[in-house]
Design a protein around this ligand. Sequence first.
Ligand code: FAD
Length: 507
Amino acid sequence: MSSMVNHVVIVGGGSAGWLTAGVIAADHPSLTVTLIESPDVAPIGVGEGTWPSMRDTLHRIGVSEAAFFRECDAAFKQGSRFNGWRHGGGAEDYYFHPFVLPQGFGEADLVGCWQRDLPNVPFADLVSFQPHLCVQGRAPKQPATPEFAAVANYGYHLDAGKFGVFLRKHCLEKLGVRYVPDHVTAVNSRENGDIASLQTKEHGALEGDLFIDCTGMQSLLLGRHYGVPLLHRKDVLFNDSALAVQVPYASADSPIASQTTSTAQRAGWIWDIGLPTRRGIGHVYASSHTTDEQAEADLRAYVGVDMPTPRKLTFQPGYREQFWHRNVVAIGLSAGFIEPLEASALALVEMSAAMVSDDLPATRDAMDIVARRFNDAFTYRWERVIEFLKLHYVLSGRTDSDYWHDNRRSETIPARLRELLVLWRHRPPSRLDFNRIEEVFPSASWQYVLYGMDFRPDRERITRRDSTTGADGYFREAAELTRRMLRALPSNREMIDHIRLHGLQKI
Ligand SMILES: Cc1cc2nc3c(=O)[nH]c(=O)nc-3n(C[C@H](O)[C@H](O)[C@H](O)COP(=O)(O)OP(=O)(O)OC[C@H]3O[C@@H](n4cnc5c(N)ncnc54)[C@H](O)[C@@H]3O)c2cc1C
């Protein structure tokens, strides 16, 4: 009889390791979950932007949202704002990718009606109240809104270092995860090639049935032990370096931004994330198109002369040829990494942890079946992430450097994206293009970026396709919601201060 899966061993105590441990331990109290974390290798310590899915994940593992806000220096994130991506021009060169769907999405021909009647109004501003909340620095909920519930859909900005400590405490105190602070030095194999146990410096050999590789970019089990190669995608997404700094606010009551702001640069872009006590700012750039010195100078021009010494990070854009091989599955940076333009890394961690937990194989025989499904799902997801990020670049009209010209060269654009751009001349992105039950980015996100980046469909064709009636009612609804929400919602800082002081109602 095939052996039962009773013991899950996770290697790595970064965000990926602890999130995965939390999800599996919360869902499967009868399983033994052990997490091994090396005291010699620090977690990467960046990764401050999340998606709304993080609300579900935190709720799923049973944490208090108020405790999370207090202990992780967390703030609300309602989407992304892109500055200077269209043509690198002045203050009017910006657009939003908000987290809420357009009003009436899927119910009426919003794009056709927008093009016919109001083509000069930014698409997101017309169909959604959320960009207006962001511009005004509003929170997505009120003091009476319960934990994890939203008036406007939201994710978080957080301190990555504090997040790991917070999750560890919860996993150990509430979920019964076994913790082994030790360095894995070797892998011991079974005759069939599976991993039997991991050799540690102080605790000997630790056995398990399923091993989860959360060892960051070194990918100790999947990459190093099994030699599963990284599929390099630098030919599509050029960025491979980042400089990160933490910057204090001018005063303790400075406003906290409601969105991640991404400002395009000559060879990359700068992220700006507001936490309650500081901002996290970083320049992501392509070493093939600029130097570290120039990238630092561009970051300094953004932050100001008092900029602290930045921390440099490098990465190889790409993902593993397989994520689950034999009795090892990689989650987090060990599975791959692509620049953080839409903060998709932690979202992929959440999806991976959820799929491992939901489809947890009961026996070793079942594992190969689950592994095939997992590999198929995540290859599809990584490819959609790559295409979605590339969309931001291919539509740019910037001409100030080779970086932007090269990004538009046809051979750097994935074939599927090139085809979609042809179809979208005549109709908006829809479920026809993204038809899996769990898509990484819904078609609404593709619309926000496409039209935010000034892509204009063939007006004649698009308005002829469907009746455009009904859409103007949704535009009025979005405007009315904007008025009501701006009156009712506190500022981000007021709401975060309230949570830190008084907590939130439990659901
Ligand atoms: C510049 C940059 C910006 C980013 N921004 C975002 C963002 O805004 N949003 C987002 O979602 N993601 C972002 N990411 C990605 C995000 O940081 C990661 O996905 C996330 O932190 C998960 O990392 P990890 O846990 O996989 O790896 P790590 O944090 O590197 O953890 C690896 C763990 O493995 C352990 N380990 C290693 N070797 C051994 C060994 N031999 N024995 C035992 N343990 C071992 C280490 O001790 C450590 O605990 C960003 C990444 C970069 C580089």
